[in-house]
Design a protein around this ligand. Structure first.
Ligand code: MN
Length: 203
């Protein structure tokens, strides 16, 4: 599918004369696919988890953020595909605009697709996401190790589709989850949400 079409929902929700979010050109770079976790202080505070698949960032809103504790199951609700450049986005989306509020890059890095079928054979990562169960190893500055993203509600009954993001046991298991979003610092700039707001006000 053309990149133009894949970002139609994303562009349709935004006025790029008003928001500083990227319009998106969608040129993949590098060998390993990228991931980003943003903290978004919008009408409700949440984390946005995005995985590069081909020329877009597949995206989920995670109210409580990813956890490094394998016992935590974190709700992940799909949102529209975002452009690759969104990985870099940190700033203030004007009030009244779609997603109005403050965004920081909480973590970013690369990931290794690990999805496989029941016989243990590797399968196409985009297909595994489509089919509802994908596994991958994150190499970020904060998040490390294997995670699974699994659909548990398909939305066919008219409700929202929903998935769970769960850290796999083993490896470098930690017992802490995502931090308090108001105290968390950007992996890009070291800033908190409040500092991004005051920097934007000073511009
Ligand atoms: Mn968001």
């Amino acid at each position: 599918m053309a990149e133009r079409d894949r970002l139609r929902d994303y562009r349709g929700k935004r006025d790029f004369d008003r928001t500083g979010e990227p319009r998106g050109r969608g040129t993949p770079h590098g060998d390993r696919p990228r991931f980003v976790v943003q903290i978004h202080d919008a009408s409700t505070m949440h984390f946005d988890f995005r995985l590069q698949v081909d020329d877009v960032l597949k995206s989920w809103s995670i109210p409580k953020g990813p956890s490094a504790d394998p016992k935590d199951k974190r709700l992940a609700v799909p949102t529209e595909d975002h452009p690759l450049e969104y990985e870099e986005f940190e700033g203030v989306i004007p009030r009244g605009e779609y997603g109005g509020g403050t965004v920081i890059v909480w973590d970013h890095g690369t990931y290794e697709p690990l999805s496989h079928d029941r016989e243990g054979r590797p399968v196409d990562f985009a297909e595994s996401l489509e089919h509802g169960h994908a596994t991958f190893r994150l190499s970020g500055s904060k998040l490390h190790g294997e995670y699974a993203l699994t659909r548990f509600r398909d939305g066919a009954d008219g409700g929202e589709e929903a998935r769970l993001l769960v850290k796999r046991a083993g490896g470098r298991a930690r017992t802490h989850g995502a931090p308090d979003p108001r105290r968390a610092r950007s992996a890009r700039s070291g800033r908190t949400l409040a500092q991004v707001v005051s920097d934007a006000a000073g511009e």
